[in-house]
Ligand binder design. Sequence first.
Ligand code: NI
Length: 187
Amino acid sequence: MAILKIARMGHPVLLLRAAAVVDPKAPEIAQLIENMAETLEDAGGVGLAAPQVHESLRLFIYKVPGARADEGEDEVPLSAVINPEITPLSDEITMGWEGCLSIPGLRAAVPRYERIRLSGYNAAGDAFASEISGFHARVVQHETDHLNGILYPMRMSDFRYFGFTEETMKYDFPLPKVQLQQEPVNE
Ligand code: NI
């Protein structure tokens, strides 16, 4: 196990389209997932994509702690997704706060699809598919974007809702309700 160095915004690895994982059951992929889990635990976020630790591969890990889950949603234990494919299940788009370990100290309100279908391979290398919504779907869209060289500021529609986490936490202002045309998330 090892704690990996996290690339920060401005590092070119974050702008690459990452390569598909050829063998989701390969031992080196399991090793990378373990090291990413330790790195995420140390850094204290909810998600981490392989390009953020300088590995330009299509995989990420994430969790939804109970405190972050939307009303009526279950928490999600730490999970890995290899070669994710996501498809919106409706046109509904919602605004929600996001941060990123590659953009420390800041957060922003970002438009995301409310409901998506997620498929890919889990940490054991087995194929799965599920339908997810709310904050869970938000995290998965954020992490999948990392695999396509997209950081959350590139998804923002209103830069008034971009600020230092510490400051924005002080002011509980309502997020704008928006219906926006968004580029397809799965490229
Ligand atoms: Ni991120």
